[in-house]
Ligand binder design. Sequence first.
Ligand SMILES: *Cc1c(COP(=O)(O)O)cnc(C)c1O
Length: 407
Amino acid sequence: MALSTPVYLDNHATTRCDPRVVEAMVPYFSTHFGNAASRTHVFGRVAEEAVDKARAQLARAIGAATDKEIVLTSGATESDNLAIKGAAHMYRGKGDHLITVCTEHKAVLDAHHALEREGFRVTFLPVQTNGLLDLDVLREAITEHTILVSVMAVNNEIGVVQPLAEIGRLCKDKGVLFFCDAAQAIGKIALDVEKMGIDLLAFTAHKMYGPKGIGALWVRRKNPRVRLEPLFHGGGHERGLRSGTLAVPLIVAFGEAAEIATREMPEESMRIAALRQRLWDGLRANLDQVHLNGDWQARSPGNLNASFAYVEGESLLMGISDIAVSSGSACTSASLEPSYVLKALGVHDELAHTSIRFGIGRFNTEEEIDYAITRVTETVNRLREMSPLWEMVQEGIDLRTVNWTGH
Ligand SMILES: *Cc1c(COP(=O)(O)O)cnc(C)c1O
């Protein structure tokens, strides 16, 4: 098959909807269009059955004991907010302290900032240079006032996988709830809410080859029974936790995406890990001074985040404009601040600015990886040839010893 460009390697931002998923959802737009809450007639009942099936598919994907624990939402952002604000408000009488990690997704961080403005106290834990949470640091942060610990499964920038089972055990020992944002984890790593001692788990369809605008929050019903204050009030859908007419076509698609992810993960994660290895080996064989960001072992198979020293970040991205990737310098935002995730790892600003996040997914091929290796190599070499700093480095000059002012 001929290579077609641009090549999509940004599967952490979103994924292409799997054609099997699209096929499953289409009949629910116009043939089976009923409202899943209309139990008095067959239109409603057909919709309700489809939603129930999807709920079971979702529960199976995360090892949940029953599908009654799945609350359908508009995506992981809403699920994150429902979990964090919902738990904080419900358990306010028990304590006013929350713990999370400074490399979490913005939805998690900003939900905590909102709670701080309400008077809650939040500890934002640092990470080690490999991006992983130090369990001793977490243990020491938990106090008798702590009600919730929020740690993501797979980081959306650097792909590192946090030690979930250990965190779950620690939270259980201390009697605090454990919320996990697993948006980047479903279908990528083995995830089991029972084995990992997770109490609340957020996920979203569009990161797992489903459509945008549908997500879920799994809420533990036993040992302990977790209660939440809802964000939305209304018709009392989703056991009162999320009012609003269910988006039946999207839910059907989400369920199908979850089933495919569960079934195909063993084979797919190996294939994707091999593509990632090919990319990393290729880049390192061709180029010096390429730095890996985040731990290599505890990492989601499709993620490679690397910095290319002595090139200018924006020029690098422009040079590989036919490859869709994302960069560690937030050129999209108004500021030129480098990624807060890379900063938290202690990556210097210059290196953070030249970092690229490659997100390999289900539909990528070896040809595409080879193309990416070639394009990145050419561009980095070209940019370095124009760089006086690179020339000095090649001549063996230690840049730290240079007196730039000329005195
Ligand atoms: C994408 C993502 C989100 C946001 O999910 P939406 O469904 O787009 O709201 C939250 N957390 C993580 C880790 C993500 O990768």
